[in-house]
Ligand binder design. Structure first.
Ligand SMILES: [Zn+2]
Length: 492
């Protein structure tokens, strides 16, 4: 049996000024051919599960590409075409028994608002009857075209996404049972006009915890794969928002009614998907009252894992101004500052205009660097292998990396964007996070994977940036309307 295994992932923030070129994929995850098996076999990813399942059954595996970029602006046209054509090439050359795809569901290319729907429909043009199983991220913006052009799909149930392998394993098992003629999968899907906020999608919190408990109950009761998607709101496309998809064994009625029940429940909880912030000064004052750490300070409006530029200095500036002590910051993106610190040399002092490199026209902001003095206390190549629960076993890199110690604050400065979901961002750079009083993280929910167990308290700090939870700062031109909470929406 010959199977195609491929990964093509990006969560596109259409408001982000960070360009998504080939280098953006290469600096996070990009491998082809045998290297896909070498690098992703045994990792906590859907692709890792696909490889195990295919190997177990003695399949011939063809692995044209596995690639992912950190979230950022629309994928450049030629890069999207390169990835799609790389996946299509083996399908044009020979027939396959099945394809197992590791996708995100919120990829927007410059010329294609539905990146995954575009890929799947082009695969079906080449091999119309090919059985295709797909895994998607919890932040997928599901479309009719995606559903129409695959055999079955499933999404992550957790945020932080610690169940990547499990969902890959589940859908791979279902695909092989289909090939053996033991089941006949059918799908039902739907959505509701709710633009849920990412900060309110943590799977340990209401309303997501209850919704994901429903999906698990439905699976326990015999449905094959049940998914509720929170969606990705930083995408100005028609289909952004919450959705659900259910796979059953040839039971359209059960699929449809489970899907509607999930969506009805989510619609009833819609107000809980809205984050209510408070002034930054008050949040940092509250942090200052804590005597025991680590206290996590979340700079969530500049969250790299949703397309943030990671060089907005507003929260850092306020924490510095209020004089909080023993703060570790993970991480500021500023390759030029890293270069300057390398030239300064380990142990030496430097005065620097840190961060603020990026202008953000979508929210009417220009970059504002933070002028600060400090000592260079660490210089590394920024690479480590993740031991924490998310992306376990994957080799990650923040590129040339340096730590600036201002006395009260140690700031990790990186050359590649990276959301701090693993403690390696600190421990790899000479900082022991468990011993810090404050950890200032440019993260929203994924930090919980690595830092949740360490946290004595967690305080969201509302700065600005292109991952803001303030919808009134964003202009949506293509999103379907009306949609809650942007508009009054009649009960659906
Ligand atoms: Zn996600």
């Amino acid at each position: 049996m010959r199977v195609l295994i491929a990964m093509m992932k990006h969560e596109t923030n259409t408001f982000s000024p960070v360009p998504t070129d080939l280098g953006r994929f290469q600096s996070w995850l990009y491998c082809t051919g045998q290297k896909v098996l070498d690098d992703l076999g045994g990792t906590n990813t859907p692709t890792g599960a696909y490889i195990d399942n295919a190997r177990k059954r003695g399949c011939e595996m063809v692995t044209p590409i596995a690639t992912e970029a950190m979230p950022s602006g629309p994928v450049q046209r030629d890069v999207y075409e390169h990835m799609v054509e790389t996946i299509l090439a083996p399908l044009k050359a020979q027939t396959f028994d099945a394809a197992l795809l590791d996708l995100h569901g919120a990829m927007v290319a410059e010329h294609e608002p539905d990146g995954e729907g575009g890929l799947l429909s082009r695969i079906r043009e080449v091999q119309p009857d090919l059985p295709i199983a797909v895994t998607l991220d919890l932040h997928c913006n599901l479309t009719q075209r995606m559903v129409d052009n695959c055999t079955m799909m499933i999404g992550f149930k957790t945020y932080p996404h610690v169940d990547m392998y499990d969902v890959g394993d589940q859908i791979a098992e279902l695909l092989f049972r289909t090939l053996e003629g033991r089941i006949k999968p059918v799908m039902a899907w739907g959505n509701r006009p709710v633009l849920a906020q990412t900060l309110r999608m943590g799977s340990d919190d209401a309303p997501m915890a209850g919704l994901q408990a429903m999906t698990r109950d439905l699976e326990r009761n015999g449905l094959l794969a049940v998914t509720f998607f929170g969606g990705f709101p930083m995408a100005d496309i028609a289909d952004a928002g919450i959705s659900a998809v259910v796979v059953t064994d040839n039971d359209h009625q059960a699929a449809s009614s489970a899907c509607q029940a999930l969506l009805d429940s989510a619609w009833g909880s819609r107000s809980e998907f809205v984050y209510h912030g408070r002034p930054l000064e008050a949040a940092v004052q509250e942090a200052g009252q804590h005597t025991e750490g680590p206290v996590l300070l979340l700079d969530h409006a500049d969250n790299v894992g949703s397309g943030g530029t990671a060089d907005v200095m507003e929260v850092i500036r306020e924490v510095y101004r209020q004089g909080l002590d023993d703060v570790a910051v993970g991480a500021v993106w500023d390759p030029e500052a890293v270069q300057m610190m390398r030239e300064t040399g380990l142990g030496n002092s430097v005065s620097i205009a840190l961060g603020g490199r990026s202008d953000m026209p979508s929210i009417g902001r220009t970059g504002e660097p933070f002028h600060v003095q400090g000592r260079v206390v660490s210089l590394t190549d920024g690479s480590w292998t993740v031991e924490g629960p998310m992306y376990t076993g994957v080799r990650v890199s923040t590129g040339p990396t340096a730590v600036l110690d201002t006395g009260r604050m140690r700031i990790v400065v990186v050359s590649y964007h990276h959301e701090p979901w693993d403690t390696g961002i600190f421990s790899n750079n000479g900082i022991e996070p468990a011993r810090c009083r404050y950890l200032l993280l440019k993260s929203r929910i994924h930090y919980r994977a690595g830092f949740g167990p360490l946290a004595r308290a967690t305080i969201p700090c509302d700065g600005y940036g292109v991952t803001t939870s303030r919808y009134d700062q964003l202009t949506y031109d293509n999103l379907r309307r009306p949609i809650y909470p942007l508009d009054p929406v009649p009960t659906v």
